[in-house]
Design a protein around this ligand. Sequence first.
Ligand code: ATP
Ligand code: MG
Length: 441
Amino acid sequence: MSAAEPRRAAERLNGVRGMNDVLPADEALWQRFEDAVADAMRAYGYRRIRTPIVEHTRLFVRSIGEVTDIVEKEMYSFVDALNGENLTLRPENTAGVVRATIEHNLLYDGPQRLWYAGPMFRHERPQKGRYRQFHQVGAEALGFAGPDADAEVILLCQRLWDELGLVDARLEINSLGQSDERRAHREALIAYFEANADRLDADATRRLHTNPLRILDTKNPAMQSLVEAAPRLSEFLGDESRAHFERLQALLRAQNLPYRINPRLVRGLDYYNLTVFEWVAEVGGAPLTICGGGRYDPLIAMLGGKDAPACGFALGVERVLALLREQDESAAHGAQCDVYVVHHGDATLEAAFGAAERLRDAGLDVILHCGGGSFKSQFRKADASGAQLALILGVDELARGEAALKWLRSASSEAASAPRQESVTLDRIVERVLEAMTDED
Ligand code: ATP
Ligand code: MG
């Protein structure tokens, strides 16, 4: 490029639609969420497992089922150009966890309590609470057959909501019974929908003979009354299925955990049996499922493992965070640091660096102002950082062997009075700051 030629602006590149950046302003909330998850999982003896984001496409086709929204139209599948393998970005993590459990023979040591967290990918139409890359946290209790494990994963969710301060998440439960019970119900359903064929939408007509149960999951308002009056699975459950469901309910009641039986609750994935549940909350006035789970006894054998029962759940991280933001504006903003160091520039820089390093040695989070500017503009940044204290290093004070401390967040009783400030000798900075931080707590 010759000097005379004007520099042309490079084309701006944006992220992929439906795939979001998590910006630093949101980090405090994500961190609080992730800490609460790790605490809740530990409290129930669940151990973390990390599986790859990419798996063989057939893993999901086999586990999730061919006639499902996910496999039919939501998967990011591709052929590995280097070796021709059919691969998919994981749309959920249960299949991967079960695959890894089988591959590493984890159940050899007895039942396993596992959890995971990470990004999932589904090619859906992006809208509020629905993205193409989103995050899930989930727990899987592998090798446990009884309703005690179902109750445990549900209680784990409740504890997590409590720990997060999330109010108003409602629990809905249902039983899908066993496959022979569902088959009898399915036949009754097909007969019912066939008798009402003129009222089915295109999706339902297509599913009538492949997956009629999924018609009950319709979001089409025009079909609600039809679906409402359809034969109920509960009428087709045998004694064992009923007993499992009753026992789960008794355990939830004994822990004072309120629930509602939703006979129309089915899960989008085909491998579920017996217990299914969802946690529903209002986001922006509309009900939104934040978490879904249940029992999936057939899955381990379906994926080639030794037959073993299992249950678990997956929650949508973005949806839970949206709820937290809505419920508590202040929850969204966390402090970046404890102390913000304001200084006079070149003449005081060594002292400022030294003080900041000693405060960090003492375990404090410190931002050292960089880039100069007036005290006034530095204090504006100090304020915005959320720091409790500003440490001020001015030329004159330094000459006297002193610095100043300014309280940026005075206790409410003092809020009306002028911000508190005091001088402190250089050798007492760390000690005085630590005292001040404990006073504030
Ligand atoms: P929906 O009926 O809303 O499509 P789903 O049945 O497909 O949900 P699951 O596969 O059970 O959802 O996933 C568990 C949770 O993950 C959901 O309850 C939701 O909170 C979250 N989730 C699912 N898909 C998305 C998405 N595209 N964007 C954000 N969160 C999602
Ligand atoms: Mg979905």
